[in-house]
Each structure stands twice: as structure tokens, then as C-alpha cells.
Design a binder for this molecule. Sequence first.
Ligand code: ATP
Length: 264
Amino acid sequence: MNIIVKDLYFYYKEGEDVLKGINLEFDDRCTAIIGQNGAGKTTFVKLLKGLLKPKKGDIFIKGLNTKETTVAKLASIIGLVFQNPNDQIFKNKVLDEVMFGPLNIGQDKNLAFENAKKALELVALLQKADENPYDLTLSERKLISIASILAMDTDIIILDEPTIAQDFISREKIKNIIKKLKEEGKLVITITHDMDFVAENFERTIVFNQGQVLLDGPTKEVFSKEDILKTAHLEPPYITQLFKRLGFSETVLNLEEALNYKIL
Ligand SMILES: Nc1ncnc2c1ncn2[C@@H]1O[C@H](COP(=O)(O)OP(=O)(O)OP(=O)(O)O)[C@@H](O)[C@H]1O
């Protein structure tokens, strides 16, 4: 198992629990975590990454208890792409930025260079390697921040709101990156408010609500439970809702499924 979360509690201020008894296991399935603002999603992934430590309960990343493992050690196993690339980017050359992570976890210069090049190729921004990240568009900066994490070659990659401020082309790039990471056997977890993105790319969906897990299962199953989602102020993708309103019994997740739907 990649990640095991046992009876996890966390608060920033004593007496005001933000996470309340989370029990989860993560295998290799690409997993989306959804939930309304303040549900505890970002706090949860910061705990996975070891940036915060459980107040109660334990988290095991590839068998390592985050309470007993340094952030530096965890950084070679689990990468987190922040929601806002400006929180992550601080070098004034794209290549240096993307090489920083690999060098920081102990890769030698040649390997870090090769990994950075590979990651920039994957996000199709190798031609910008010598530019200043702050001369790029926000959408490109987001891709640079993704490349920085990919270059570290961690087994687990967490993407916090990857589709925010992304145009169609960048969205497609992100989709392809996730597909490629999945093929390489990596675990991809995302936090997102973008239900179409979840329906198109993620096999499993976990719904957080007020610091607890409300739903967890195959994405199709989760999006079929419209009434429960409503209690967390969430809605399935419009295409899913449309097919349901039209009276089709099977849950349709995306346009491709809709176009291939066989009416008996
Ligand atoms: N550094 C912090 N100090 C104090 N409280 C915090 C801190 N970070 C988050 N919180 C609080 O913890 C709760 C959960 O926040 P969190 O950011 O984990 O939720 P979220 O589900 O990721 O929300 P969003 O979708 O808006 O990113 C919120 O009530 C928030 O105000």
C-alpha cells in the first residue's frame, strides 16, 4: 500500500478539529479528493507530505510513519505541487527552478539535469529553459511548478488544483502528464473543484466534508450519489446530471462515455 492513514486528527487551534478521524488507504489508483472550501483537503495533503504532523493517529507513506520521518526523507517519495505556482517558484531561471528539487533530494548534477530536461519536455516547455519563470504566463508557471516536482521522480505526486487558470491546451497537457505518470506506476492524487477534470482522469474519488470522509469509491459510483454530494454542496459534472435528468439508468461521466452510450 502506498499510503495508510489511521484515525487521523488535526487542528490548528486546540479544540477546533479540522480533520476528525480519517481512515484511508491509497493503492495505485489515480485519486481525486473533492469537497467544499474549508473541508480540510489542503491540510490533509500537507499532512501526507509531512509538512504538518498528526495531532492524533498516524500516516504511513510507503511504510514510513510521517511522525518519525524527516520532511527531507519524505520529499524523495512524495511530491506536492502547490495550488499557486508563485508559492513554489523562487529561482530566476526555469532550468534552475526545475533542477532545485532533484538537487535538494540528493540527485547529482547530471541526473538532476537529465530529470529536469525530461520533466520540461513532458510539460512541453523545454524551449523556455533559460527564461525567467516570472516572464512566463501564469498557465506556464503552473506547468513549471509541475515539472519541478516531476523532476524529483517521486513515487507519489500530489497536484493541488492543477487546472486553475489553465487554458484548454494546458489542461490537455496536464491530462497527458497524469496518463503518463499512471503508466509509469506512480500514484497521482489531486485536490480539485473541477468535476469534469475528476470525471475525465481519476479512477477513485474521495469526498471530504467538514473534516471527515463522506464518500469514497470509484469515481462513477461517487458521482452517481447526487443526493449525498448535495449535502457537501457538490454536484456531479453537468453531463452526468443531464443524462440522469433524461432518465438514463447508467451513470455517464464524460463526453466520451455520453457519445458511446448504447441505448438498448
Ligand atoms: N494555517 C492555518 N491556520 C489556521 N487555520 C487554518 C490554516 N490553514 C487552514 N486553516 C483552516 O482549516 C480549515 C481547513 O482548511 P483547508 O485549507 O485544509 O481546506 P480545503 O478543503 O483545502 O479548502 P479550499 O478548497 O478552500 O482550499 C479551514 O477552516 C481553514 O480556515
